[in-house]
Design a protein around this ligand. Sequence first.
Ligand SMILES: [Zn+2]
Length: 628
Amino acid sequence: MADAFELHDLAFDEGLMPADPMTVDQWADRHRILSTKGSAEPGPWRTDRTPYLREPMQCLSPSSPWRRVVLMFGSQMGKTEVVLNWLGAIIHLWPAPTLLVQPTLDMAKRLNRQRLEPLLRETPVLSDLIAPARARDSGNTMFLKEFRGGLFVLTGANSGSGLQSMPAAYLLADEVSSYPFEADDKGDPLENAEARTSTFPMGKVLITSTPGTRGMCRITSEYETRSDRRQLAVLMPCCGSLEVLRWREHMKWDKPEGEVFAQCPACGERVSQHHKTTMLAGAVWQATAKGDGITAGFHLPGWYAPAGWTSWEQIRDEFLRAKHDPLLLKGWVNKRAAEAWEDEAVAVINAEGLMARAQSETFSSGTCPEGVVLLLMAVDTQDTWLETTVWGFGRGEEMWRIWHQKVEGSPAEADVWEQIDSIRRTEWPIEGGGTLTVRHCGVDTGGHFTQEAYEYCRQRAREGVVALKGSSTKAAPALGKGSRVDVNARGQTIKRGLTLYQVGGDTLKRTIYARLKKDAPGPGAIHLPNDVTEDYLQGLTCERLVPKMVKGFQVLGWENPSGARNEPLDLTVYSLAILELVKRRYSRASFWDQLEAAAEERRKPGAADKPKRRRRSEPSGPGFVTGW
Ligand SMILES: [Zn+2]
């Protein structure tokens, strides 16, 4: 991707640069009048009142090479003013098709009434430029305004058709964390809106929001993954140092009702908030990451609000009230700290936490701890490799991860499947003596090698290999009833043909994540070997349950926001699905008794040499397997 500076040079070469060198902040200082209706401080706009808005506004100006500007701000910090100032300057100086997107059509209506109408009416240079409203004409309706040389559309992210309306040189995407995940079945609203700008090489995009919940928060992912992550370093009056102020480290008070002060990170001096004006006037934005080269990102917590706005004491009082209530605290973290909230259900399951727990386990890959009485294996088919996990199960569905391996090679090649066979037939040592082999194996037959996977399952059905496929139905049961996929030319089912089982991944992922949270051994616990890799843990924990819009309804669905390879999770899902299948073949009451008895038998010295007895209750033997 060409970076912003290359695009900038390119535009110069092509003579695309608009002539007016004014910047957005200069335009606002010269022309913007704050109305009595929409503003607590009416009168001429002064950027000096909120100096931290100057640099974002400069980035939005045609003279700046930055193509995307991301504002991750606390609430009431002035980010909507940036939206309005930019819009005013566009209409006045750089007319072009412009799209402003609010989370919903209702919010778009409210913004129009409370902020836009006053902006256009009370800023003298703008009032003449907007086409006067005409009855029965779309020229100045709620969501479409024509101005000299341009067109301005205001819409809601919940309106899929509104977002697909027109190409736009400028996109203003406001409060993006509240956008639905999908609008009218037409995909991601922010992506759709931004796609409108692709035909304008010098187009610009402004994305603003307070953050929401991590993993489903657009502004956090824009700021963290694409932008150069600027933070505001204020000028400390004590020693002249430039410092980024963080709540837990630097904002202090002696008693809960006392004054709040900032402890200077450089000299340790206590600085009270009446210095705010000079601190902000001398503040600079400091980039902390490289970013994608075209996105400037600004993070601004509430304690940087100018003097006379939200006070440090107010923010502290809110913090103390919210501290012990997750819901209140979420609001405080989002609106004041301007940070994404780590949902407890999600935060507990992270790769780092699991790594620490795994390292305290006493078993390593390739051995079965004593509680293991059943080994199940799952195989995932990819285009250029097979991936497999062997899970050990004990009483109460306590689980141990015994083995995980990637077998490189196309599933069209027989030797790849032979390697799977050798893992499947491995005799894994049990701590305290004896061995266990995989009892049943489930193969994911989705993907591009369905016939190869079917063939493998068909040939080894008597060895306990079954064909699985992820169900596309929401809230599908963990394991479907099974349907015959082998039919002859006349549509008749072939005897001894293959049965395919649908796996309800959504349901099983909930089970897995709930169990991963369990920190103590026992029923339902999931144990990971002490030599487990970071990659494996990333893959196991990469998905998040997030709200999505499906046909206008908000539902919870699994997403993989980090884009990590999720095979470790899928293979765990398939292993639990096979466990369901095994359980169907047993009396539930005596399920673990039977398995433990069988395991005990195998552990006796010389057990492997004895001819196998066939008992209906024993979990091995062809009588059991052919039923599948
Ligand atoms: Zn200092």
